[in-house]
Write a protein that binds this ligand. Structure first.
Ligand code: JB2
Length: 213
């Protein structure tokens, strides 16, 4: 039977996800679900919008994946993942074939791992997280659900990152540091000490600049 996957949200992040899938070739058919019927993702067809999800499932599209990204606000990603779960779709994780994933790393459902990203030994990446292009998640790191590690960020060994946190591009998180949930770490920051929940922090050394509760 043909393997078919729906990608929800046909924008910039989806173009990266689709390229990883097309390079990997494991699906026979990929359809975009978007309200914008002109969404342009690698010439893949827009097969409907969110209202059509139950009928698409009934027509044999068994797997679906949320391909909208997040920069600090995951409410749309959460809403869409809840929708596809409620309809009954299977939710894969998608790993670009150029990523290097350790044999004993644990990768949850709905996770996207981009080009040349590294997830090293015994690291755990929880459901619906994004490990973007060239990010490094070192050994024994824990990344909680819905967190986005942006391109080129480095999370050193044994660090812990909470739920729904955004690590900006090219940020560095020192070995063993804990970052809370609902945090935004600015691009290029160097995080040397623990960061609490619900804050924005940036700089080198990274400092809390604002509460965002
Ligand atoms: O409720 C929705 C919905 N709302 C917006 N349901 C569905 N199925 N699709 C929805 N969309 C669609 O998501 C929009 O019509 C649009 O096609 C797409 C969002 O595209 P955009 O390029 O604006 O954002 P993105 O999330 O793909 O990418 C952002 O996040 C990435 C992590 C950008 O900031 C990227 O630059 C960034 N790398």
């Amino acid at each position: 039977m043909a393997k078919r996957l729906l990608l929800l949200g046909g924008g910039g992040h989806c173009r990266s996800v689709a390229d990883s899938l097309l390079a990997d070739g494991r699906y026979d058919e990929i359809g975009i679900v978007d309200y914008d019927t002109e969404a342009n993702v690698a010439d893949l067809p827009v097969v409907g919008n969110d209202e059509d999800l139950p009928s698409l499932f009934a027509d044999g599209w068994e797997e679906a994946f949320v391909a909208v990204g997040s920069v600090g606000n995951v409410s749309l990603r959460r809403k869409l993942f809840e929708k596809i779960k409620a309809v009954g779709f299977s939710i894969p994780h998608i790993i670009d074939p150029t990523a290097a994933i350790a044999r004993d790393a644990v990768i949850g459902e709905g996770v996207y791992i981009g080009k040349r990203a590294v997830v090293n030994a015994k690291a755990e990446v929880e459901s619906f997280a994004i490990i973007n292009s060239g990010a490094i998640v070192e050994h024994d790191v824990f990344i909680d659900a819905f967190t986005h590690v942006s391109p080129g960020a480095t999370i050193c060994g044994e660090a812990k990152i909470g739920w729904n946190t955004h690590i900006g591009a090219a940020a560095v998180v020192k070995q063993g540091v804990s970052i809370g949930s609902n945090v935004i770490i600015g691009a290029g920051s160097v995080v040397l000490k623990d960061i609490p929940d619900f804050v924005k922090a940036y700089g080198n050394p990274c400092k809390v600049v604002e509460s965002c509760q």
